[in-house]
Design a protein around this ligand. Structure first.
Ligand code: FES
Length: 177
């Protein structure tokens, strides 16, 4: 938690996890995990206790894959969708969190606007993935009609740039003549 100052800033509110009779309060603002005693929160997850105990026992470093993808939970948030909190739960090791922290830092500080576009196959594409700014010269691959960012698997229509995972995150792409 202490190292993830940018991730925590991006999350910007605290989180309550209700795991049956156990209530865990992740105080992102102060960088603490605390017992829940009616503190305010901006995010809430309700997850069966055995599922939480299972991922903790396995020391799962990616709760998205190990738990959330099963859709066996409910969630509530006070504001808009916040990708930083899901990135946090995908990064539960020092190595992952340090990578996520540096991505959050560059996102919050803005990626340099003078980065040139890149070429992938027959296409000229913006360098950064709209998801978490991965460098598409490293992570971008063409798969049929799609450009795929292999870091997390987001796909973009090569014809239009539309993102197939998040409507509001298109990419700039042009076919070279
Ligand atoms: S950075 Fe996550 S899919 Fe590209």
């Amino acid at each position: 938690m202490a190292m993830a100052t940018s991730v925590r800033a991006g999350i910007g509110a605290n989180c309550l996890i209700n795991a049956g009779d156990i209530h865990i309060y992740i105080n992102f603002v102060d960088g603490l995990v605390q017992p829940y005693t009616d503190q305010p929160f901006g995010f809430r997850f309700d997850i069966a206790r055995d599922l939480v105990e299972n991922v903790v026992a396995k020391r799962a470093v990616d709760w998205s894959n190990s738990l959330f993808l099963s859709a066996r939970f409910t969630a509530w948030r006070a504001g808009d969708y916040n990708e930083y909190i899901y990135n946090f739960f995908k990064s539960l090791s020092v190595e992952r969190m340090s990578r996520t922290e540096s991505e959050a830092k560059s996102k919050l500080n803005g990626v340099p606007s003078n980065e040139g576009d890149i070429e992938i196959g027959d296409y000229t594409v913006q360098r950064r993935c709209p998801h978490r700014n991965a460098d598409l010269s490293v992570f971008g691959e063409i798969d049929g009609d799609d450009l795929v960012c292999t870091l997390h698997g987001w796909r973009f229509d090569l014809e239009t740039g539309a993102c197939r995972n998040a409507e509001e995150r298109p990419i700039r792409v042009n076919k070279r003549s």
